[in-house]
Ligand binder design. Structure first.
Ligand SMILES: NC(=O)c1ccc[n+]([C@@H]2O[C@H](COP(=O)([O-])OP(=O)(O)OC[C@H]3O[C@@H](n4cnc5c(N)ncnc54)[C@H](O)[C@@H]3O)[C@@H](O)[C@H]2O)c1
Ligand SMILES: [Zn+2]
Length: 366
């Protein structure tokens, strides 16, 4: 029997822009890509040193059915290679292989590969097409959707970038089986965040299906990733260039980013976001929005997925300073995301330093 995949269309300014395909294998890849009229064109698969050995051969074979030429460009795995230097190496490869404006890139990997490949595609010859083949939980439900691309510059994360929409997002959920445990857990923070900001029922569903999710069973992964992609899709459709609604996705990220920086990126992004979500939920309680039981439920849910809600070894005052210097500041006031209730987030610009410090204190321990 043929396995049922799922498709989510993404629209921009009311018109169809690209599809997100969720599959259990790479079988449909060439069929999906063929719909983009790529006959006679070249494609370069950009991947990293962990993902390439696992999946590049099969993806190359599938893409060869649709494209004239397929090359593979492999970079070292890790955020520290998400740089202009790496992009430069990729440009050189594309020039040597005579890539022209109708040729394409395919990002096979996590968010690092997706962001970097998207940026190279946005800028090579003033912009060529690219497809996303995300292989981490985070990249499947978050970074591959929405067209934000970029690289880090010196110690500044995502300092250089562009909005460039993919032509297709194709995810094979089976690749999550090889994802290291801590990466999977970290991705779960964004997924729980989706429930918290937009869909209380989904949040409860995640709690109820924890076991199957953690065992990475397909009957749990497929509906989960579909719903998270739908939430992310709906938010970016309403606000493609991050003027308003998209800010809701920053729930848990304002304090989370500060923690991430102060922990010198030793804690994973999702782990910091989890602590940030706990702090934002606490602040919402102190504002009289959530009740205490709801905050405790949120913390228990995060903990049940092995995510931290407390952070040790950081100075709350320093977290506050770092939070204030973060780019989420809007003309001097902090754009903080609060919860009216579980499943209903909003942007608030009136959070004071005292409130922030109180919330930071609540999530820090010795
Ligand atoms: N563009 C956006 O909207 C957006 C949103 C969120 C995050 N991001 C960016 O995403 C990046 C983080 O992405 P990430 O968490 O996917 O990290 P990542 O790309 O570094 O991947 C994490 C690790 O998992 C390995 N890996 C990937 N897939 C695997 C698989 N299936 N099996 C085994 N190993 C696998 C990678 O080689 C890497 O070592 C950051 O640079 C962040 O800035 C971008
Ligand atoms: Zn995030």
């Amino acid at each position: 029997m043929e396995k049922e995949g799922q498709t989510l269309p993404v629209r921009r300014d009311g018109a169809f822009c690209y599809s997100i395909r969720l599959e259990e294998d790479f079988e449909k890849l060439s069929e999906c890509v063929s719909e983009l009229s790529v006959k006679g064109r070249r494609v370069c698969i950009v991947t990293d040193s962990h993902v390439g050995p696992l999946y590049a051969d099969e993806v190359r074979r599938r893409l060869s059915e649709a494209f004239r030429t397929v090359t593979v460009y492999t970079i070292e795995a890790g955020e520290k290679y998400k740089t202009l230097d790496t992009v430069r190496g990729l440009y050189e490869h594309l020039i040597l292989e005579h890539f022209d404006r109708k040729d394409m890139l395919a990002a096979l990997g996590g968010g690092v590969i997706g962001d970097l490949t998207g940026f190279a595609a946005a800028t090579y010859l003033r912009g060529i097409g690219f497809i996303q083949i995300p292989t981490t939980l985070l990249s499947q439900v978050d970074s591959s959707i929405g067209g934000k691309t970029g690289v880090d510059f010196d110690s500044y994360k995502n300092m250089v970038g562009a909005f460039h929409m993919p032509r297709l997002v194709y995810m094979n959920l089976s690749v999550l089986k090889t994802l290291p445990e801590r990466q999977f857990t970290s991705g779960m923070a964004e997924i729980l965040k989706h429930g918290l900001i937009k869909n209380a029922e989904y949040f409860q569903w995640l709690i109820d299906h924890r076991q199957e999710i953690l065992e990475r069973r397909m009957n749990a992964l497929m509906p989960m990733i579909l719903e998270s992609c739908r939430i992310k899709r709906d938010v970016v459709e309403k606000d493609p260039t991050e003027q308003g609604e998209r800010a809701l996705l920053n729930f848990g990220h304002t304090i989370g980013h500060a923690v991430e920086k102060l922990k010198d990126f030793q804690m994973y992004h999702g782990e910091c976001v989890a602590a940030g979500c706990a702090a934002a939920a606490y602040l919402s309680w102190k504002r009289g929005l959530l009740d205490e039981a709801a905050v405790l439920r949120i913390c228990e849910a995060l903990k049940s997925f092995s995510l931290p809600v407390k952070v040790s070894g950081i100075d709350p005052a320093q977290v506050l300073r770092t939070t204030k210097s973060d780019k989420k500041m809007d003309a001097g006031s902090i754009r903080f995301i609060l919860l009216r209730q579980t499943g209903d987030a909003f942007v608030d610009q009136s959070v004071t330093e005292e409130e922030l410090l109180d919330a930071i204190n609540w999530i820090t321990e010795d």
